[in-house]
Unconditional design. Structure first.
Length: 398
């Protein structure tokens, strides 16, 4: 990769010197010099003093990521090996835990490689590329992964617009042996069916591990649980394993029915005693109100942004109304698990959403506990927005 020198606008210099990792469009004096994604940039201030080394990669978050504060650092296999080795060492306790065989081993900028994540699934590694810029380093990164770890097989997901440039990939498999479909992995001693080569998502969101375990161990016993935007029913599975009297899983996607059924079955849960409903969540809320249905626990984990035929949902605009719907069908003394993965607002703003929803319905509440990203989803203190997950357990007071 060739390197070019670019100048940082004065008002951004301090942040980059202090470790802020995201290169924004506004921070660089002239982008005309930077044509190709994957270009390594040496950032200087207006007095020609070196600040840091970064790469150009277009993401929804920005225009690139900082790689090193060392001017002489070569961005090569040795560099990526150091980053991956450090990331693996940080997660040594996860590798040693036989009850959990699925977790994140490299979390983008949290591990010094913005634009790339690597997940581990019982010996298989899944790399997710978030920009063409980081994808340009694919061969170096794969070589680095091979020399730093043992693996059964390696897969990838590309979450950027390839514009036809990389559409020659036949599937997501890269090398090693192919994973069985499904691949059964463990989380907190329970089973998940994972598909490494079946579309953009594999079947479970690893960042909710602590929340699922908490529901199973402390909240589910004897309770009726409604899991909305349920995807493959992971919260429902953990609620059932924690002794829930009944779970109801609601998701608009047709495949949520067979996928959720499968997750119940591999955990030896009687599917006939659970409800799995393919329906727009908002329509289900209306139905539940009409039928006077009430639940001991309601799980709200919507996507940040979603569009169906009839409506558009945006977490930043619509979460208050979503919460109001949930409050109405939660029993007094019941618990709402309010979750969002939107990076557009803080936990403080999310807490304001909760307060507003309850106030508008004139209902009192108590926050039981809060969660953000688990340890394996490493985040930088200098990049607070990287800690996107916000989960609040809320008791609806009697």
């Amino acid at each position: 990769m060739y390197e070019i020198d670019v100048v940082v606008k004065p008002e951004f210099v301090k942040a980059y010197k202090e470790g802020y990792p995201l290169i924004s469009k506004e921070s660089i004096v002239s982008w005309e010099k930077v044509s190709d994604e994957g270009t390594v940039m040496n950032l200087f201030d207006d007095k020609k003093k070196f600040i840091c080394k970064a790469y150009h990669g277009m993401q929804n978050k920005g225009y690139g990521w900082v790689l090193s504060s060392n001017k002489d650092e070569n961005i090569n296999v040795t560099y990526f090996s150091k980053k991956i080795k450090s990331a693996l060492e940080y997660r040594a306790d996860f590798f040693a835990d036989e009850s959990t065989t699925a977790f994140r081993v490299l979390n983008g900028e949290g591990d010094g490689l913005g634009g790339l994540t690597i997940d581990y699934f019982d010996g298989f590694y899944l790399l997710t590329w978030y920009s063409l810029g980081i994808y340009e380093f694919k061969s170096e990164i794969l070589k680095a992964l091979k020399v730093t770890t043992e693996y059964k097989g390696i897969y990838q997901k590309k979450r950027f617009d390839s514009k036809g440039k990389y559409l020659d990939d036949k599937d997501d498999f890269i090398m090693g042996e192919k994973a069985p479909a499904p691949l059964i992995v463990k989380e907190s001693g329970e089973n998940f069916a994972i598909y490494l080569d079946d579309g953009a998502m594999v079947g479970v969101f690893l960042d909710q591990r602590d929340v699922r375990r908490t529901i199973r161990d402390r909240y589910a016993k004897g309770k009726s649980v409604l899991n909305t935007f349920s995807y493959t029913g992971a919260f429902s599975v953990f609620a059932a394993l924690g002794g829930a009297s009944k779970t109801t899983s609601v998701d608009l996607a047709k495949r949520s029915l067979p996928k959720t059924t499968e997750q119940f079955e591999i955990n030896k849960i009687d599917v006939s005693k659970q409800n799995i409903i393919v329906e727009d969540v908002f329509n289900y809320f209306k139905y539940a109100v009409k039928k006077n249905l009430l639940f001991d626990m309601v799980v709200l984990d919507p996507p940040s942004f979603a569009r169906s035929k009839k409506r558009t949902f945006s977490a930043s605009k619509d979460y208050v109304n979503l919460l109001k719907e949930a409050i109405q069908i939660t029993k007094k003394g019941g618990v709402i698990v309010a979750s969002t993965n939107s990076a557009n607002f803080s936990m403080m703003t999310f807490s304001d959403f909760i307060a507003k929803a309850f106030k508008q319905l004139n209902v009192k509440y108590k926050v039981k506990e809060r969660f953000s990203l688990p340890k394996d989803f490493r985040v930088l203190d200098e990049f607070k927005e990287g800690n996107y997950l916000k989960v609040v357990f809320i008791e609806k007071l009697k």
